[in-house]
Each structure stands twice: as C-alpha cells, then as structure tokens.
Design a protein around this ligand. Structure first.
Ligand SMILES: [Zn+2]
Length: 281
C-alpha cells in the first residue's frame, strides 16, 4: 500500500493521529499511571478490553495516514482549539448539561467563532483519518473546509453527553471509545455517508459526512451556542463491586451496546438483571 497522506496527497512517511490526546489520556488515567506497574483498561467497540502502558501507546493512535506536516503544523490551531475545548468543557459541564447547550463564548474568550470552527476542523480531521483507514476517498469539499476555502458544510457535528459515563468514571473505569465507522451506501452500492464518533470525559463528538456533497448541513458555525444532547441511564441503577473475568466482559459488552445502540434496547432492566444474576451465580 502506498504511503499517501490523505490531506496533501504526498507520498511520504506517515504518522497516526491520537484518537485520545495525550493530555486527555494523562488526565483520564492519571492515578493509575502514577501507581507503578499497573496497566490501564480501555474499553472500546466490540466489547474488547485492552490494556495500554501509557499515553504513548500505539493503541491510542489512529492508523498512520497523515504526513508529519499535516498532522503537525497544518492542523496545530485546530488541535489547540480542541484541547482548550475539552479542558473548558470539563469545568463547565454541569452548567452546559443544565441548559442542554454548549456556550462557546464561555469556552473560548474573544475569538470564539474562529475557535469553534477550528474545533469542527479537528473533529473532521479525525473523521478523515477514519475514512482513509477505511479506503474512502476524502471529498474535496471536506478538504476545502479544512483549508478554510469554503464555509459550506457537507458534514454535521453533534455533541452528546453520555451521563452513564459519569458512573464509569466514578468507579475508575475509563470510558473512552472510538466508534467503528458506519458507511451508508446508496442503492447502487456507492458509499454515500459515513458516521462515527469518539467519546472522551463523557462527551461524544459525533460526525456525519456526506461523501457526495449533496446535503448542505447547518452547523450553526456563527451561533454562540450548540445543542447538547443528553443520554441518561440514571434509572439503570448500577451497582458494581468488582470487575473481573466474565463479569467484566459482560459489563464491557453491555456498555458497548449502550454506547453503540443507545436506543436499541427497550428492556434495559432485563439486561441489568442478567448482569446481576451472572454476578451472584
Ligand atoms: Zn500531508
């Protein structure tokens, strides 16, 4: 396979974008990193739990498909806006949850319009890395947006707070996810849309990309507030004593199901009882 950067099209040595920023990883797993000899469990799609040794783990990187320049200098401002966004979101989370919205004037001081746009570019860059990994050609319209040549959005970004992640974090279960990439095909089997997301600190950043550039989505780039969707399983009433063996696997599968198909299971209580019964038998 040729080593072509999806952004600048150069054939060169490629680098992998972190799907979790190193700073986020350090924050998320802070205590465990500082207790020697311990690895960290990271639950991800398909219920598989794997371990990482530290924030430099290759497991935390996307498939290398960007050159060093595009993954560095070219996207530095959007990387910075993303890091600032996550740090501010952690502090202001409760306020945003109360109002079901993210107020960008509170996240960014002064030039919030530019920074909000940068944040969207960061999420899109992640989406493009995933598309490239799945052999999907990045639409020109997306590259034009990343390079500030257009304001037309053939993508849509959603902000979703997964309140059950709070439970996981409060029990020292890191709950960071990278979704698989959903590829929706037209009747003649052409890929038409991709959907995916990643979750960090209980916030899911979701994206839909129109590969054919037919739809013009409204991302309210000029609006100071964006809608924050909440997914709440507080009626789930979790209890958890120890996480080991079969139980841990089942739990991971359950959470993956919820993360993945949050509205699929009508009978959440039944699933929970299944979990509890497994534990006591
Ligand atoms: Zn490049």
């Amino acid at each position: 396979m040729e080593n072509r950067c999806w952004w600048c099209q150069k054939i060169t040595k490629l680098t992998g974008e972190h799907f979790l920023k190193k700073t986020d990883t350090k924050d998320l797993f802070h205590e465990m990193f500082f207790s020697k000899g311990k690895n960290v469990d990271l639950i991800r799609y398909s219920g598989e739990t794997f371990q990482i040794q530290g924030p430099n783990s290759q497991r935390l990187k996307l498939v290398p498909n960007l050159c060093a320049k595009c993954n560095g200098a070219r996207s530095q401002s959007s990387d910075k806006s993303y890091t600032h966004f996550i740090n501010s979101f952690k502090k202001l989370k409760n306020e945003f949850l109360d109002s079901n919205s993210i107020d960008f004037t509170k996240i960014y001081v002064g030039n919030w319009q530019i920074q909000k746009r940068n944040l969207y570019k960061y999420i899109l860059k992640h989406a493009c890395c995933r598309m490239s990994e799945n052999q999907i050609v990045i639409p020109n319209a997306i590259v034009d947006f990343l390079d500030d040549r257009t304001d037309n959005c053939s993508f849509k970004i959603f902000f979703v707070s997964k309140l059950y992640d709070e439970f996981l974090m409060s029990h020292d279960i890191p709950s960071s996810y990278k979704s698989h990439l959903g590829i929706l095909e037209s009747p003649n089997k052409d890929p038409s849309y991709v959907v995916g997301w990643f979750t960090v600190f209980g916030l899911s950043l979701k994206y839909v990309v129109d590969l054919k550039h037919i739809k013009r989505f409204n991302n309210d780039l000029q609006a100071s507030k964006s809608y924050l969707t909440k997914i709440d399983y507080s009626d789930f009433n979790f209890t958890r004593e120890k996480k080991e063996g079969e139980e841990a696997k089942l739990f991971a599968e359950l959470m993956t199901s919820l993360e993945y198909f949050p509205f699929k299971y009508e009978n959440k209580l039944e699933l929970y009882n299944l979990l509890i019964n497994r534990k006591s038998s």
